[in-house]
Each structure stands twice: as structure tokens, then as C-alpha cells.
Write a new protein. Structure first.
Length: 462
């Protein structure tokens, strides 16, 4: 078939057209729909690919490959329960099936859903079928670490290294596990080996910076930033960390490009990762809102400024007549959309968005978002304008220890800003917001240490 020849040459547009003609001629031929689905998936047309695979399956219900590839597309779309069902159907089919691969992908679904026990079970099953899959060993190691079994995780990472010592991801996962266990010297070796194999890995430069910071070697961070920029000239993450690690020319806020690139890359793993950091910002903001609006009567217009994957949405829904989420990251918004808690989700920079909607909201919340702002005046002024009289702005910030530095705020080596409470109080007064409470809280755990911060409630006068 011409379509197969074109697919082998990766001429996907032409292949798709050929398969469409085949489907028109033989609409009852499952393989034609399946091949069309593959071409559409390669063209990054997931919705159309889903339809093609479903057509193939409707004709041939035991079509294991169609179930499996449909599962892959649904996984990428974030439809995890549906993807899991597809992988199970591929495994249950009487047709020839990619056993180890389907088991591995089913494990990944469970892993992303935070069902670590099931993820471990199915990674093990995949390895029983295919004991030479280094990727499964690495993922199993990460799952075991999340399950509180670091020594067992180390053994599986070491097995992955034996199987494929030149695979960068294997060294990177090993390094992440060692870093979590605070084995800094071994983690550094793993990350440096990763960079030898893949000198352009943003995740690895960032992780190696964590190692140097945590082990008291901050003087080495500027050289690491320079190496990062040589490998990735002009990269927004490299530029941001160059500033954070050198202390030169501190910007007033993180750039839009940095925020977008960081969180688009982090979106798929965000919820799973924060589960293991004892992340508390959404819950403490909910408690603060509840302290002033005790009855969740669904009458308020609420803005979640920097909503991310939507962790605040379900917690605030009961108070909201209308709940809007705004974020720069399309990837994070995709995850927020799946929670079905918001009336509207907007891809925009939050300060610019608030400036467009004067007097539109009763409550604005911002969880772990203003840590990417140094100068708070623009965002506080925008919030003042977007609030109605008597409205509340509730937000979190990381705390700057004034005993160590004579500054109102700094850009830390982790890439986030920290502020003094005196600075926050002063800027609220200047922008016309009345401070009701500023409470010291622990926002999460990071690198084995508590991250101290503030939860701030400020009101716009009537």
C-alpha cells in the first residue's frame, strides 16, 4: 500500500491522504483506519487520530495495536482513566499484543495518577515480560522512591545502568534518587555523567545546581550557569538561573518565557511531584478564605491568579458563582481543565489580565505564583484594580530571612523570589490594600528542609 511506503519515509501528510482514500474505498477495513490513526498521530492531530482508532476498534474489537495506540494518544491528551482502559483492552485482546509495552504504559498511567503501589506492581509485571527494558527499571526506581523505599530504588537504578550505561535518562533518574536521599557526591557524579551524554538537558543543569547549593558550593554555580548558556544560548531557563546563580542584574520578575517554558515542561508531573513535597499552599489559602467567608454559598466571583494545574479550583468552588483561572502555561491549563472546577480558564500573564477587568472580582487568590515576582507593586496594583470594594486578595510568598541579607527581596538559587514581611506590609499600604493578616507558614518541604513563607490576606476598602 502506498500509504505504508510513505509512512516508512515519514511523509505523514501524504500518507494520511493515502489512508483516507483507502478508508473511502474500504470503510470496513480496520487496518486502513488504524494506519490513518497512526499518520494523524504523527501529524499531531490527536482528536482526529482518536476517531480513526475508534473506527478501527469498532470494526475489529480485539485489535490490540489499535487499543494500545489509542491509549497512547489519550495519555498525551491527559485522559488517564480512558488511556488505562485502552491498555487493559490491549492486554486482554486475543490478538497479538505488545505485552511488556502495554504493561509499562499502564504503569505510567497509575504513576501519573499518584497510584504508586499499582505503578510499582505493573512496572514489575512489564519487567517480568521484558527484563531488558532500562526505562522501566528507571521508572520503577522513581516509584519506589516515592513509596519510601530508597534503597530498593537504588538497586533498580543500578540495574538500569548495567543494561544501558550510555542512556542519559538512566543517569538522570539515578541522580534524582540520590539527591532525594541527600547523597550529594553520588548525585553530582550522576548528573555530570548525564550532561556528558546530553549537554543540553535543562532538567539536569537545574538538578546539578540543587546539588551544589545544598552541599554548600554556591561559588560553583556561576560557572555552571555559563556552561548551561554555552550549551543552550538564549534559553529562557538558562538565562533566569544565570541571574539567580550570579546575583547580577536581578530582574523585577521572572520573564514570561521562563515561566511558560518551566511549567509547560513540568505540567505532566506537577501534581505527582508536589504530593511528595507536603505542598500546602492551596489548603492554607482555602482556610484563609474560609476564615472570612465562613458560609460557602456560591455567590462570589473568584479569580485564581496563576492557577497552574488547578489545585485551588475544587477547594474554592463552593464559594464561587464564577471561578476563573489564569495562567501563562498552556500545559498547566490543560490539567486544570480536567478538574472541571472552573467556569473559565485563560492563558495570559496574570498582571495584564487583572488590569483588563476592573472591579470584577470579590476574591483573588494566588498560590505559589508571586514567588516569580520580585517587585510586588505591579501585581498588587493590578489586584487592587480588579477587586470590588471589600474584596480580598489572598496570596502566598516565600520568606526572606532578614538576619542574613539587607534586602527587601532576593532571587534565590532555586529560581524563586523571597520577600521580607516589612516589604510586603509597606507595598500593600502604598498600593491601597489593607492588610488583615500576614501569617508565617511552612509552604512545603524541599531538599529535606521546610520552605518558610507567608500567607497574606489584604482587602480593598469599600
Amino acid at each position: 500500500m502506498l500509504g505504508n511506503v510513505l509512512s516508512d519515509q515519514q511523509r505523514w501528510q501524504e500518507a494520511a491522504e493515502s489512508y483516507r482514500q483507502a478508508v473511502a474505498l474500504r470503510p470496513d477495513k480496520a487496518a486502513a483506519h488504524y494506519n490513518l490513526g497512526n499518520a494523524l498521530s504523527a501529524l499531531d492531530l490527536p482528536r482526529e487520530a482518536v476517531h480513526a482508532y475508534q473506527q478501527a476498534i469498532s470494526i475489529r474489537p480485539d485489535y490490540a495495536k489499535a487499543h494500545f495506540n489509542l491509549g497512547n494518544v489519550l495519555f498525551d491528551l491527559g485522559q488517564l482513566p480512558e488511556a488505562a482502559q485502552c491498555y487493559r483492552q490491549a492486554l486482554d485482546s486475543d490478538d497479538a499484543r505488545p505485552d511488556a509495552t502495554a504493561l509499562f504504559h499502564l504503569a505510567r498511567v497509575f504513576h501519573h495518577q499518584g497510584q504508586v503501589g499499582l505503578a510499582i506492581e505493573f512496572y514489575r509485571k512489564a519487567l517480568q515480560v521484558e527484563p531488558h527494558c532500562h526505562v522501566a527499571y528507571g521508572e520503577l526506581g522513581m516509584a519506589l522512591l516515592e513509596a519510601g523505599k530508597p534503597q530498593e530504588a537504588i538497586r533498580w537504578h543500578q540495574r538500569a545502568l548495567e543494561l544501558d550505561p550510555d542512556e542519559p535518562a538512566v543517569h538522570f533518574y539515578f541522580g534524582r534518587t540520590l539527591l532525594t536521599m541527600l547523597q550529594f557526591e553520588a548525585a553530582e557524579a550522576a548528573f555530570r555523567r548525564t550532561l556528558e551524554l546530553d549537554p543540553s538537558s535543562n532538567d539536569t543543569y537545574r538538578a546539578l545546581g540543587q546539588v551544589l547549593d545544598a552541599s554548600g558550593r554556591r561559588s560553583e554555580l556561576p560557572a555552571l550557569a555559563e556552561a548551561w548558556l554555552r550549551a543552550r544560548p538564549g534559553d529562557p531557563e538558562a538565562l533566569h538561573y544565570q541571574t539567580a546563580w550570579t546575583g547580577r542584574e536581578m530582574p523585577q520578575r521572572a520573564s514570561d518565557d521562563f515561566v511558560r517554558a518551566t511549567f509547560d515542561g513540568f505540567a505532566d508531573d506537577f501534581d505527582r511531584v508536589v504530593q511528595h513535597l507536603d505542598y500546602r499552599a492551596p489548603q492554607v489559602l482555602q482556610a484563609a478564605v474560609q476564615a472570612f467567608w465562613k458560609e460557602p454559598d456560591g455567590r462570589l466571583d473568584i479569580l485564581d491568579a496563576g492557577c497552574g494545574t488547578g489545585l485551588c479550583g475544587p477547594l474554592l468552588r463552593a464559594w464561587a458563582k464564577r471561578l476563573v483561572g489564569v495562567d501563562l502555561s498552556a500545559g498547566m491549563l490543560d490539567h486544570a481543565r480536567r478538574r472541571q472546577a472552573y467556569d473559565e480558564l485563560v492563558e495570559a500573564e496574570l498582571t495584564s489580565y487583572m488590569r483588563q477587568y476592573a472591579g470584577s472580582f470579590d476574591i483573588i487568590v494566588s498560590a505559589d505564583t508571586l514567588v516569580y515576582f520580585g517587585d510586588l507593586d505591579p501585581v498588587l496594583s493590578a489586584a487592587w484594580g480588579a477587586l470590588r470594594g471589600g474584596g480580598c486578595f489572598a496570596f502566598t510568598l516565600e520568606q526572606l530571612d532578614t538576619n542574613n541579607l539587607d534586602a527587601a527581596y532576593i532571587l534565590g538559587s532555586h529560581g524563586r523570589y523571597a520577600h521580607t514581611d516589612n516589604y510586603v506590609r509597606e507595598r500593600l499600604t502604598v498600593t491601597g490594600l489593607e492588610l488583615r493578616s500576614l501569617e508565617r507558614v511552612i509552604l512545603r518541604r524541599e531538599g529535606g528542609h521546610d520552605v518558610p513563607g507567608f500567607i497574606v490576606l489584604a482587602f480593598k476598602p469599600q
